[in-house]
Write a protein that binds this ligand. Structure first.
Ligand code: GUN
Ligand code: FE
Length: 459
């Protein structure tokens, strides 16, 4: 019997689905059915052979089922757990300095331009479109210190249908670019204004505010404590950077002599919670990883940036062994690519370099990295009750991948009679080893098709 309270089925897809579960890093479901309801949620999944029964139970017509081609599959949307939307304006350039010099020379001067809303609109539209086209269905963004421009980023993500966490950056300390900082009071007041404005925009259902102290070196202890209190009182997400570069770690030790470690600095200021995501973590000790696990805080692994700025290499195996939640991030523009498929490749490369250095090191498999880019990212952002894989009840955030896309790197047709090869092509495109945005035919967020999108007439 059909339950009349149940939302109606909007679309039913049939074909190959690839996703990760807690138990299995990569599961391939062939001839699978998946129904999406009018709320954008996955209403049911089942075998293709169960079509008649499922159509009767869920009240849809078998003739309306959308059949994927043999060379297509669905995978969960990619989750970028760390990206600086403002830095997209110079991505792919200026990677010739280590972190702190890079921030002072390039980053802070560029970010200060975002008080100009026209400039902000241009860059933020570009980064949202580029990441969506590359399959990023959820992005955890740093904006700049400017509240109105940060609100604009939220609006643009919402307008294009991307799920987004957006952080107005907070920093009341900057000795090198003195005009690019706030007073302590401004930072607090503007963070509150920002949170309230975003939260009251109920028309932005996919956008959430995230409390964003830039990193310990950019904030006084007073501001860190105030931001921790704002996050706690409003039950908000928190994002920042931690243990990215040796010079930074040493300076943090000097600046916060009462703390036992970098992690302890954030812990003491109530900034390490189960809704915290910290980028990098290359130099965290085992004791610090234990603090992450105990608080439920997560890490964003940003391999492109770690290498591009010669910052370090995260020992992902050790993080996973400590059962710390972990996702991948592009960290544009420390990372030069805005594509999560690149983050997948760089995560594999880093892991292989660690194995070259130490043959005992257990290299990450591409199945594991696929999981980090999808379900792992959702877990890191505490979104895994809502997104990350194709479990019933979750939002349908998905990529329709066409491994034989014209102009794409793989012409499947020549292999189409070789099932084993098809399997490898499927998994390698899915894990980002050979695919690119030309293979991403459609992108869905909460059931809604957001790629291809129509270009707005003005930007
Ligand atoms: N640490 C503080 N700010 C930044 C930033 O903008 N990028 C990176 N990679 N690290 C940071
Ligand atoms: Fe960063």
């Amino acid at each position: 019997m059909e339950n009349s309270n149940r939302p109606k089925i909007a679309n039913v897809y049939r074909g190959t689905f690839i996703h990760s579960t807690q138990k299995t890093a990569l599961q391939i479901l062939e001839d699978e059915l998946l129904g999406v309801d009018t709320d954008g949620k996955i209403a049911f999944t089942g075998r293709g052979t169960e079509l008649v029964r499922l159509s009767q139970t869920f009240g849809f017509s078998p003739t309306e089922v959308i059949q994927l081609a043999k060379h297509e599959f669905f995978m969960p949307g990619l989750v970028d757990t760390h990206i600086h939307a403002c830095q997209y304006s110079y991505a792919g350039t200026a990677l010739d300095m280590p972190l702190l010099q890079w921030l002072n020379t390039y980053t802070f001067p560029v970010e200060s331009h975002f008080k100009d809303l026209q400039f902000a609109h241009k860059v933020y539209s570009q980064v949202v479109k580029r990441t969506l086209r590359n399959g990023t269905t959820t992005a955890c963004y740093f904006a700049t210190i400017h509240t109105d421009a940060s609100l604009l980023l939220g609006k643009i993500a919402n307008d294009f249908g991307q799920r987004a966490f957006v952080g107005k950056v907070c920093m009341d300390r900057n000795d090198s670019v003195k005009h690019y900082k706030e007073t302590n009071q401004e930072s607090q007041e503007e963070t509150c204004r920002w949170n309230i404005r975003i939260l009251e925009k109920i028309q932005y259902p996919l956008v959430r505010p995230v409390v964003t102290p830039r990193f310990a070196l950019s904030c006084t202890g007073a501001l860190l404590g105030q931001l921790g209190a704002i996050a706690k009182n409003n039950n908000l997400h928190i994002q920042s950077h931690i243990s990215e570069n040796v010079e930074e770690v040493n300076l943090v030790k000097k600046m916060f002599p009462d703390s036992e470690s970098y992690t302890d600095v954030y812990l003491k200021h109530n900034l390490l919670t189960d809704k915290t995501v910290m980028a990098h973590g290359c130099y965290l000790s085992d004791e610090e990883l234990v603090l992450f696990r105990e608080t439920g805080a997560s890490l964003a692994h940003c391999p492109n940036s770690n290498i591009s700025l010669c910052s370090g290499m995260l020992n992902v195996r050790n993080v996973l062994n400590h059962k710390v939640k972990l996702g991948l991030g592009t960290d544009v523009a420390g990372g030069y690519s805005a594509s999560m498929l690149d983050a997948v490749r760089r995560a594999l490369d880093t892991s292989k370099i660690l194995t070259i250095q130490n043959p005992e090191y257990k290299t990450l498999s591409f199945e594991e990295v696929f999981r980090l880019a999808t379900l792992g990212g959702s877990q890191a952002l505490s979104l895994d009750d809502q997104t990350g894989n194709f479990e019933v009840g979750k939002d349908f955030d998905a990529l329709r991948v066409n491994v034989a896309a014209p102009g794409g790197p793989i012409d499947l047709v020549q292999y189409s009679n070789v099932p084993l090869t098809i399997y490898f092509i499927f998994v390698s495109v899915a894990s980002g080893l050979t695919g690119d945005d030309r293979n991403i035919a459609e992108v869905f967020v909460a059931g809604k098709k957001v790629v291809p999108f129509t270009e707005p007439t003005t930007e």
